[in-house]
Design a protein. Structure first.
Length: 312
């Protein structure tokens, strides 16, 4: 069983347009509403592929009720923690060939009492879990160390922990030695304080994060694939998508596939890449199922081209 925690979930509305022009009146060609948030997406991807999972989410106001309804419609089991604020809404403007412009609300803050209720929900769920996956941004005012505190408590009971966040919350989580972290290129650059332009830069940065406590670092690089750095060394890979539709949630699908395949080594990386590529091939923030996976598109490299430049 894999438990995900999303402290800042969302309603994700994706609007498809032929071309986004600033200041213009644009008619949408289609629109779709999905449950959102990194942990929510990881849980959706796992369950779509028959991997037992359950999501812990905060919900508030009418939008929170709608989030619960959307998750129920997908058959996603959740433990909802009611909060006084409202669940945020995010908007993605999708153009042809997978170009996406995102507008993300910050969300409402959580009180100390509400954070305590979240911790209680996590502990109750983690008692039957193999992994706790904490994901996404923190609502305004929530302490940077909240993920570290929650992960440390459940790890003491033998539950493995994965962290997919950025900035100070990511760096704080390194202190408790997470089993896995999954930054993307921008989050990796933010963590080390300078750009990552080549595969060598990615590997060096990932090794630095391992030195700070992370046991395994899985870096998602969009069209450049992913880099896995762990105690066994470095592995890279990619999966070419000929007709991308949306990149929203692709990194979450990558993480879900990696966890589903055991979270170690080239085979898990290949599975993660297949799931991530499948998500890119789907519209909006849909998560892939078995019928969407194209494992034949995945290429894994054991001989590294460390000087290869990443796509700008």
């Amino acid at each position: 069983m894999i438990i995900t925690l999303t402290l800042n979930p969302s309603l994700d509305r994706t609007i498809q347009v032929e071309r986004l022009t600033r200041g213009a009146m644009i008619r949408a060609t289609s629109a779709r509403l999905d449950p959102g948030g990194k942990g929510v997406n990881v849980c959706r991807a796992l369950l779509h592929n028959d991997i037992p999972a359950r999501a812990v989410v905060t919900v508030g106001g009418p939008d929170g009720d709608q989030l619960i309804h959307l998750l129920a419609a997908e058959g996603i089991p959740i433990r909802a923690v009611r909060v006084s604020g409202r669940t945020r809404s995010n908007v993605s403007i999708a153009e042809p060939e997978g170009v996406v412009t995102k507008l993300n609300e910050p969300g409402d803050s959580l009180s100390a009492l509400e954070l305590g209720q979240v911790a209680e929900a996590v502990f109750l769920e983690a008692g039957k879990a193999d992994w706790l996956v904490v994901c996404g941004s923190l609502p305004p005012g929530v302490p940077d160390g909240i993920y570290a505190d929650l992960c440390q408590s459940v790890a003491a009971g033998g539950v493995r922990v994965a962290v997919d966040t950025s900035g100070p919350p990511l760096l704080a989580a390194l202190d408790i030695g997470p089993d896995l972290i999954k930054p993307n290129r921008e989050e990796l650059a933010e963590a080390i304080g300078h750009p990552v332009d080549t595969v060598a830069d990615v590997v060096e940065a990932a090794q630095w994060l391992r030195g700070l406590g992370a046991r395994t670092v899985l870096v998602s690089l969009g069209a450049d694939g992913a880099v896995l750095v762990d105690e066994d060394g470095v592995t890279t890979g990619e999966a070419h998508v000929s007709a991308p539709k949306s990149t929203v949630g692709a990194g979450d699908a990558l993480l879900a596939g990696f966890l589903a395949a055991g979270a170690r080594g080239a085979e898990a990386l290949a599975e993660g890449l297949a799931w991530g590529a499948a998500a890119v091939s789907l519209p909006a923030s849909r998560m892939p199922g078995p019928q969407d996976l194209r494992r034949d598109l995945v290429q894994i490299h054991t001989r590294l081209d460390l000087n290869r430049s990443l796509i700008a």
